[in-house]
Write a protein that binds this ligand. Structure first.
Ligand code: APR
Length: 227
């Protein structure tokens, strides 16, 4: 079975109603990253950070996977598929994908603020101040903040090295180390990108599908399934 590795970003969930970060009206237009998505912000004002992610979680729980998430799951009929996502939503899982690697964590889980390896499922949308991990310290959202390590990056890089086909969907490739993953995909491997506004690409050749995810991904998937 050929191996397909898919790297996704916020663009794949945009048509499920979840804002991207860097488009106009993106999430980072309304917020200062330094106020809500750094360890320093958590030190300074944990309540504000907790509330920010509670609101994000609420939106994610209200959203549904779209046809792009679902089409990627259908690829598993014929291929060994690994999804590497920068997204903290769970729409790939709910869309039916079996192997999803969350580079930046997942908002439906909490983590200890003393030990990032201690993570727990969250019931509902709200994580309250005063809810503690087994070590007795405050629980926070299980997401990777700016300035924090990306523990899954090595595993993700290994997946990219083993790809027979590589697909990138809906990422501006503005954030490292995630953006560097494309460099681990062997040179001869066919690479596709689905994005209505193709970002600056590293030197390697990509086959460009300049469409929204809900249009471009099902098209590409049916092509790959008929191959
Ligand atoms: N379908 C496909 N792609 C889309 C769509 C759509 N309907 N709408 C927008 N896009 C594309 C944009 O053209 C852009 O290239 O999605 C990309 C979104 O880029 P960003 O907002 O920068 O999101 P992403 O690349 O996922 O951000 C990476 O930055 O702050 C963070 O941690 C956060 O994981 C995130 C990381």
């Amino acid at each position: 079975m050929k191996k397909i590795v898919v790297l996704t970003g916020a663009g794949i969930s945009a048509e499920s109603g979840l804002k991207t970060f860097r488009d106009s009206d993106g999430l980072w237009e309304g917020y200062n990253v330094e106020d809500v998505a750094t360890p320093e912000a958590w030190q300074r004002n944990p309540k504000l950070v907790q509330e920010f992610y509670n609101q994000r979680r609420k939106t994610v729980l209200e959203a549904s996977p779209n046809v792009a998430h679902k089409a990627l799951a259908e690829l598993e009929q014929k291929y060994d598929v690994t999804i590497i996502t920068q997204n903290i939503d769970d729409l790939h899982e709910r869309g039916g994908s079996g192997k999803v690697l969350h580079l930046h964590g997942i908002i439906t889980r909490s983590q200890s603020d003393k030990n990032a390896n201690l993570t727990y499922p969250i019931k509902g949308w709200e994580l309250k101040m005063g809810e503690l991990c087994e070590l007795g310290s405050q629980l926070r959202a299980h997401v990777v903040w700016f300035g924090e390590a990306v523990p899954m990056i090595e595993e993700a890089a290994k997946e990219c090295m083993m790809a027979d086909i590589f697909i990138l969907v809906g990422s501006s490739l503005a954030v490292y180390p995630a953006a560097g993953l494309v460099n681990y995909v062997p040179r001869q491997v066919p690479k596709y990108i689905v994005d209505p506004k193709i970002p600056y690409m590293p030197s390697d050749k990509f086959i460009k599908i300049e469409e929204k995810a809900t249009v471009g991904v099902p098209l590409l998937v049916s092509e790959l399934l008929n191959d």
